[in-house]
Design a protein around this ligand. Structure first.
Ligand SMILES: Nc1ncnc2c1ncn2[C@@H]1O[C@H](COP(=O)(O)OP(=O)(O)OP(=O)(O)O)[C@@H](O)[C@H]1O
Ligand SMILES: [Mg+2]
Length: 296
C-alpha cells in the first residue's frame, strides 16, 4: 500500500456533494480500521499570488499509522497542513474525510471532523498550569463554577493514556515544563477531543535526545490507539524511527511516497533536494506520476 495514488490518475469528484463545514458529523462514524485512509487529498493546489505553493497533491493518510511529511524549506509542508486544518483552505482539489468529500474552511471545521493540529509553537500559556491549559476555552462547569476535580481527572487521564509519566504534577505551570513535557501536554490536549487525525509540525525540533525519544514514543502510542498521525520533520533519523509511511514534498509537489521500507536515507535526501532519486528501489519509482511528477 502506498500513501498516495498519484499514479492512479485520481481526480476530484465533481458531484459537489461536499457537506460543508457546519456539521460534518464525521466523528460519529465508526473509526476506520488500521491502514484505511482517514484522509484522502486529491489534486490539492494552493497559490499565494504568483507563488504556486502546492500542486496536484494526492495523499492518503491511513488510520493507526504514522505518516511522515518531509521536504526542504519552502517545499510546502506548512501550507499543506494549513490546508488540512482549515487555516488556509486550498484553491483546488478535494479533501475526502472518512470516505466523504468535505470542505474544511476554518479550524473549527477541522476540529469538528476530528482533525487536531499541534503547531510548532504549541500555543500553550506558560503562566497557566497543565489542567488550565488543557481546558482553556472549554472549561468544565458544575453549578456555574469551574469543576476543578473533573478537569484534573480528565487531564490526568489524557496524559496517562499517552503513558506520559514524567510530569510530576498536573498543577505545575506549563512554563516550568521541559520541552518534551510541553510537547506531551500539547499532544494530550489535542487528542482529548475525539481526534482521528493528529498533525504534528516539527515536534522534536527543539528537543534533546531523551526528550525526542519520549515524543517519538508518544507518536507511536497515538498510532497504536488507531489515530492517524501526520508528522512533519526535518530529522530523517526521527522519520525512520517512527514512520510507517513517508511522503516527500518538493517545490509543492509530491516527489515520492510509500511505505517507509521503500525509502533509505540516500534516496530520501535525493528526493528532498532534487525531487528525483536514482535508486531503482526508490518509493513509487515505477509510478511515473509519483517520483517523476516532481520535476514536471
Ligand atoms: N502567506 C504566504 N504568502 C505568500 N507566500 C507564502 C505564504 N505562505 C507560504 N508561502 C510560500 O509558499 C511556499 C511554501 O511555504 P511553506 O511555508 O509551506 O514551506 P515549508 O515546507 O513549510 O517550509 P519550512 O520547512 O521552511 O517551514 C514558499 O515558497 C513560501 O514562501
Ligand atoms: Mg513550514
Amino acid at each position: 500500500m502506498t500513501t498516495t495514488d498519484a499514479s492512479s490518475g485520481a481526480r476530484p469528484e465533481t458531484s459537489g456533494r461536499a457537506p460543508g463545514g457546519d456539521a460534518p458529523g464525521a466523528t460519529s462514524r465508526p473509526a476506520p480500521r488500521d491502514g484505511e485512509p482517514v484522509l484522502r487529498l486529491r489534486s490539492i493546489g494552493k497559490s499565494f499570488g504568483s507563488v504556486r505553493a502546492l500542486s496536484g497533491i494526492d495523499l492518503d493518510i491511513p488510520a493507526g499509522k504514522v505518516t511522515a511529511l518531509v521536504g526542504d524549506n519552502g517545499a510546502g509542508k506548512s501550507t499543506l497542513i494549513k490546508a488540512i486544518s482549515g487555516i488556509a483552505p486550498p484553491d483546488e482539489g478535494q479533501i475526502v474525510w472518512q470516505g466523504e468529500p468535505v470542505h474544511v474552511r476554518t479550524p473549527k471545521d477541522a476540529t469538528a471532523l476530528g482533525i487536531a493540529t499541534v503547531y510548532q509553537d504549541l500555543a500553550l500559556c506558560d503562566n497557566l498550569d497543565i489542567v488550565q491549559n488543557m481546558y482553556l476555552g472549554h472549561e468544565l462547569l458544575q453549578h456555574r463554577l469551574l469543576d476543578e476535580s473533573a478537569m484534573e481527572l480528565g487531564a490526568k487521564q489524557a496524559l496517562a493514556e499517552l503513558s506520559v509519566v514524567t510530569v510530576r504534577s498536573i498543577r505545575q505551570v506549563v512554563g516550568s515544563l521541559s520541552g518534551g513535557q510541553r510537547q506531551a501536554v500539547a499532544v494530550a490536549k489535542a487528542v482529548m477531543g475525539n481526534a482521528r487525525l493528529v498533525i504534528l509540525d516539527e515536534p522534536t525540533a527543539a528537543l534533546g535526545v531523551s526528550q525526542t525519544a519520549m515524543v517519538l514514543g508518544l507518536i507511536q502510542r497515538l498510532a497504536e490507539r488507531g489515530v492517524a498521525v501526520l508528522v512533519i520533520s526535518h530529522n530523517l533519523t526521527d522519520v525512520f524511527a517512527v514512520a510507517d509511511y513517508v511522503a516527500v514534498l518538493y517545490l509543492g509537489r509530491i516527489a515520492g511516497s510509500g511505505p517507509v521500507g521503500a525509502f533509505d536515507t540516500h534516496s530520501t535526501v535525493e528526493l528532498i533536494t532534487t525531487g528525483r532519486t536514482s535508486r531503482a528501489t526508490s518509493p513509487d519509482a515505477s509510478d511515473a506520476g509519483a517520483v517523476g511528477g516532481a520535476a514536471s
